[in-house]
Each structure stands twice: as C-alpha cells, then as structure tokens.
Write a new protein. Structure first.
Length: 89
C-alpha cells in the first residue's frame, strides 16, 4: 500500500497465493486417493471407491475451508496502515 497498491489488490494477491496452494493440495490429494483405491475399498462400505459425488464434495469442502482460512490474514494485511508497516521494518 505504501507503494501505491489498493486494498483490493492486496486482498486478491494473498487470496490468489492461497488458492494456488489449495489447488496444488487438491490435485495431489486426488491423485494419491485415487491411487490408493484398493486400500480405500476395504475401508469404505456402501460407496463406490471412485464415487464422483464423494470426490466432488470433498474438493468443494477443502476449497471452501482453505479460502476461509486465507481470508482472515488477507483482510488483516489489507487493513495495515502503510506508515506503521514501514516503521516496523
């Protein structure tokens, strides 16, 4: 903000980095869980191991929780007074 960035720009930047980490985690998690379907088949009853609805629900849940967890620090960073931040350094 001291260099001319707006609050919305800072918010988007921090949430964008968090979304990138969330997306990487989801892709890795889906790959690993799909690979271990034989183990999962012995642990899950009544649901297909590759059930698309279950995988989709988990992806949506993880994405929402991750974005909610990133929103608080992003809002806090957007509200920081630039003068105080420069003095801290």
């Amino acid at each position: 903000m001291a260099l001319g960035a707006h609050q919305s720009t800072i918010l988007k930047m921090i949430l964008g980095k968090g979304a990138g980490l969330i997306a990487a985690g989801i892709v890795i998690g889906l790959g690993v869980s799909y690979w271990f379907t034989r183990f999962l088949a012995s642990q899950i009853w009544g649901v297909s191991v590759t059930d698309r609805w279950t995988f989709g629900a988990v992806v949506i849940l993880i994405a929402l929780v991750g974005l909610a967890a990133g929103l608080l620090p992003a809002r806090r960073a957007a509200r920081v007074d630039p003068l105080i931040a420069l003095r801290w350094e």
